[in-house]
Write a protein that binds this ligand. Structure first.
Ligand SMILES: [Zn+2]
Length: 408
C-alpha cells in the first residue's frame, strides 16, 4: 500500500466517522461526546476531533453542560439549525411551492403561487423569481447547500428527467438541468447538491425523515406509504434505513397507483388508457363528474354546487375507490404506516369517511389478528412534497458532508 493510498483511506475513514456522528445527532439531538463514542463504538479521542471539525464548520452547535449520570458532565450537541439552508421546490398541477428548511428539517420560509403550469420553460421562469425572493428576504445569512425539486409524475431512473406528467401533458423533460441553468448563481457550484423526485415519493421521504419520532427506534415505522390525492393520484413508499430507501421500480413507475386499472374499459384517462383509478377518484375526475371548470377551486365548486345529492353520491363513490386503492396498496406493499395528503383531503368527511370505512372493513380479512395499520390524514399538505424534496437533499448532505462542508 502506498503512502498516498493510506492517507486516502484515513481521509475516507474520518469522513465516514463525521457522517456517522451527524446521523446520530440528527436522530437523537442532545447527545454528548461520551454518548456518541458509546453509540458509534469510536474512541473518545476520535469523536472529540470529529466533533471539533464539525463545530468549526458550523454544522454542529453545543449547548449547556449536562450533569447527572456516572461519568463527567458533557455538553449536549446538535445539528446547527441557524447556519445553513436547503431549498425545496414543488411543481404541482395547480400550484408552485418554494421553501427552505434547516438541518432540523424545519421550514424556515415558504412561498406559494396558485397557478396551472403551461409549458416547462414558462413554469421554471415563474419559479426562479420566487426562489430569488426567498433567498434574498429569508436566507441571506445562511449557507445554501442544495436544491430538491418535486414533480407531478415519474422521473427517469437517474432522476434528472421528468418522464411524464400526464396531467400537464409534459413528457421527457430535463427539468433539473433546466432549473440549474436558470439559477446560475446556485447551479455552477459543485458544493451544492441538486436532486429531483416524484412528488409523492418526495413527500413519503419527508414524512419518514422529518417526523419528530424519526430515529427513535420504537416510534419510527419500518416503512411508510404516502398517498397523494390531488388532481392526480400517486403514492410513494419509503423503507427505513440509513439512508431511508425510496422504492422506485425499474422505470420509476412504482407507486403510480392513479393509473392502475380499477374499471377495465371504463372512462378515458389522461394517460391514454381507460378505467384507471384516476377516472374514479382524482381532482380532475371529480371536476368532470360535477361540471366544475379545470381552473376553478374544486372545494368552492362543490360547496356552491346546484345539486347536493349528485355531489354526495359522486364523493361517496370516489371515496370508496380511494379505499379500494388503500386496500390494494396494503396488500401489495404492507407498509407499517399510511399517510394521506393532497388537495382532495380538503373535501373532508364526504370523501374520506367512505375511503377509511372501506379500508377498515377489509384490511384484516387475510390476517384477522394483525393490528390495524394506522392511517394519518394531513389536513394541510401544501408544503409536504417540497419539504420532502429538501429532506432528500439534507439526507445526502449529511451522508456526504465532506463534499459540501467549508471551513467557516
Ligand atoms: Zn391513466
Amino acid at each position: 500500500m502506498t503512502a498516498s493510498s493510506t492517507a486516502g483511506d484515513l481521509g475516507a475513514l474520518k469522513s465516514r466517522n463525521r457522517a456517522s456522528l451527524l446521523e446520530w445527532l440528527r436522530r437523537q439531538p442532545g447527545l454528548t461526546r461520551a454518548e456518541l463514542a458509546q453509540r458509534t463504538a469510536l474512541t473518545k479521542v476520535t469523536v472529540g476531533a470529529a466533533v471539533q471539525t464539525l463545530l468549526d464548520q458550523g454544522w454542529l452547535v453545543e449547548g449547556d453542560l449536562l450533569r447527572g449520570g456516572s461519568g463527567r458532565p458533557g455538553r449536549a450537541l446538535s445539528l446547527n439549525p441557524d447556519s445553513h439552508a436547503i431549498l425545496g421546490i414543488e411543481i404541482g398541477v395547480h400550484g408552485l411551492h418554494v421553501l427552505a428548511i434547516n438541518f432540523h428539517g424545519q421550514i424556515l420560509a415558504q412561498r406559494h403561487q396558485a397557478v396551472v403550469p403551461t409549458r416547462p420553460d414558462d413554469t421554471l421562469d415563474q419559479i426562479v423569481p420566487m426562489v430569488r425572493e426567498l433567498i434574498r428576504t429569508a436566507l441571506s445569512h445562511r449557507t445554501l447547500l442544495g436544491v430538491g425539486l418535486a414533480v407531478p409524475g415519474p422521473t427517469s431512473p437517474e432522476q434528472s428527467r421528468l418522464s411524464l406528467a400526464p396531467n400537464l401533458g409534459w413528457r421527457d423533460v430535463p427539468l433539473l438541468e433546466m432549473l440549474r441553468q436558470r439559477l446560475p448563481e446556485l447551479g455552477d457550484d459543485s458544493r451544492r447538491f441538486w436532486c429531483m423526485d416524484n412528488e409523492a415519493k418526495a413527500a413519503a421521504f419527508g414524512e419518514l425523515y422529518c417526523s419528530p419520532s424519526s430515529g427513535q427506534d420504537a416510534a419510527t415505522p419500518s416503512s411508510l406509504l404516502y398517498v397523494s390525492a390531488a388532481t392526480g393520484i400517486g403514492s410513494g413508499l419509503v423503507v427505513q434505513g440509513t439512508p431511508p430507501r425510496v422504492i422506485r421500480g425499474v422505470h420509476g413507475l412504482a407507486g403510480e397507483i392513479g393509473h392502475t386499472l380499477l374499471a377495465p374499459g371504463g372512462k378515458p384517462c389522461h394517460c391514454g388508457n381507460h378505467g384507471c383509478a384516476e377516472t374514479l377518484v382524482s381532482g380532475w375526475a371529480l371536476r368532470d363528474a360535477l361540471g366544475i371548470e379545470a381552473g376553478a377551486s374544486l372545494s368552492e365548486g362543490i360547496k356552491h354546487h346546484h345539486d347536493p345529492d349528485l355531489v354526495a353520491e359522486t364523493l361517496n363513490q370516489a371515496g370508496e375507490a380511494l379505499g379500494l386503492l388503500l386496500l390494494n396498496l396494503h396488500l401489495t406493499l404492507n407498509p407499517e404506516r399510511i399517510v394521506i395528503g393532497g388537495s382532495l383531503v380538503k373535501l373532508g368527511a364526504p370523501l374520506l369517511d367512505p375511503a377509511l370505512a372501506f379500508f377498515t372493513r377489509h384490511q384484516n380479512h387475510l390476517l384477522p389478528q394483525a393490528p390495524p395499520i394506522p392511517v394519518r390524514i394531513l389536513d394541510d399538505s401544501l408544503a409536504t412534497a417540497a419539504r420532502g424534496a429538501a429532506a432528500q437533499v439534507l439526507c445526502q448532505l449529511l451522508a456526504r458532508h465532506d463534499e459540501f462542508a467549508t471551513d467557516e
